[in-house]
Design a protein around this ligand. Structure first.
Ligand code: HEM
Length: 232
C-alpha cells in the first residue's frame, strides 16, 4: 500500500494517473456521444427520453457515473500537481523561438485548454446533469411510450429549449473547438506515457488520435447546431 502511495506521488506515477484517467474519459466521450446522437433521431425525442430514463435508473450506469466524476476530479488534481512541479523544476522559461520548435501549440497549452474545458463542464453539468437530478424538469405522462407505464422526464424537450438559444449553442461550439485541441495532444500523450509512443504502433496511434480528436468534437458540435436550426 505504502509502495503504491509512493509511486503515485512520483513523477512517472503522476503522469500515469493523468494517462489512465484521460483514457477513461476518452472512452466516456465515445459512449456519451453515441447516447446523445439519439437527440437527432427525428422521432420527437422518444429514443433519447427512453435512453435518458434507462441511464438514470440503471445501477451499473450510476456506479460508472460516480467513477466518471472521480476520474474527472483526479485528472484535474493531477494536472495541477504535475504542472506545478514541472514549473518548479524549470525556473527559467525556454527562450523565445526554441520552445515553438520543440513542441506543438496544443501540447504547450494543455493547462489553458483543460481549464477552459473545466469551465465548459461546469456550465454543461449545471444545465443538464444537475437539473435532471435535482431540478424540476417537465415530465411526459405515463403510457405515452409503448411499454413504459410511468411518468418520465422530458429530457429531449428540455435540451431542445437550451439549444434554441444561440448563445448556448456558441458555448458548445467554442467548448468543442477547445476539446479538439486538448484531445489532439492528450490522446497521443497518454499512449506515450504508457510506453507505446515509440513502438511499432506509433503511426497507428497517431492516425487514430487525429481522427478521434477531430471526429468526436465535430459530432458533439453538430447536435446543438442541428437542434438550433430545427427550431429557428
Ligand atoms: C452536444 C453535446 C452534449 C450533450 C447534448 C450532452 C448531454 C448531456 C446530458 C443530457 C447529461 C445528463 C445525463 C443525466 O444525468 O442523465 C450529460 C452529462 C454529462 N456530460 Fe454531456 N453532453 C454533451 C457534451 C459533453 C461533452 C463534450 C462532455 C465532456 C467534455 C460532456 C461531459 C458530461 C459529463 C461528465 C456528464 C456527467 C455524466 C455522468 O453522470 O457520469 N458532455 N451530458
Amino acid at each position: 500500500m505504502n509502495n503504491i502511495a509512493t509511486f503515485l506521488r512520483s513523477s512517472i506515477g503522476r503522469k500515469l494517473m493523468m494517462a489512465l484517467t484521460g483514457l477513461f474519459l476518452i472512452l466516456f466521450l465515445v459512449v456519451h456521444l453515441a447516447g446523445n446522437l439519439q437527440l437527432l433521431a427525428g422521432d420527437g425525442g422518444e429514443a433519447f427520453n427512453r435512453y435518458s430514463y434507462f441511464m438514470a435508473n440503471n445501477g451499473l450506469i450510476q456506479t460508472v457515473s460516480k467513477l466518471n466524476f472521480l476520474f474527472i476530479i483526479l485528472h484535474v488534481i493531477y494536472s495541477i500537481w504535475l504542472t506545478r512541479t514541472n514549473a518548479a523544476a524549470r525556473p527559467i522559461a525556454y527562450a523565445g523561438k526554441a520552445k515553438e520548435v520543440q513542441s506543438q501549440w496544443s501540447s504547450r497549452n494543455m493547462g489553458i485548454l483543460g481549464t477552459l474545458i473545466l469551465l465548459f463542464l461546469i456550465v454543461h453539468l449545471k444545465s443538464f446533469w444537475y437539473e435532471f437530478k435535482f431540478g424540476s424538469i417537465p415530465t411526459i405522462p405515463a403510457g405515452t411510450y409503448d411499454g413504459l407505464d410511468m411518468e418520465i422526464i422530458d429530457a429531449y424537450s428540455y435540451i431542445a429549449a437550451a439549444y434554441a438559444q444561440p448563445g448556448y449553442v456558441a458555448i458548445y461550439l467554442i467548448g468543442m473547438t477547445v476539446l479538439a485541441f486538448h484531445l489532439f495532444h492528450g490522446f497521443q500523450s497518454a499512449f506515450q506515457t504508457l510506453g507505446l509512443g515509440f513502438s511499432k504502433y506509433k503511426k497507428l496511434i497517431q492516425t487514430v488520435g487525429v481522427i478521434y480528436s477531430i471526429l468526436i468534437p465535430v459530432l458533439f458540435a453538430i447536435i446543438p447546431v442541428v437542434m438550433y436550426l430545427q427550431q429557428s
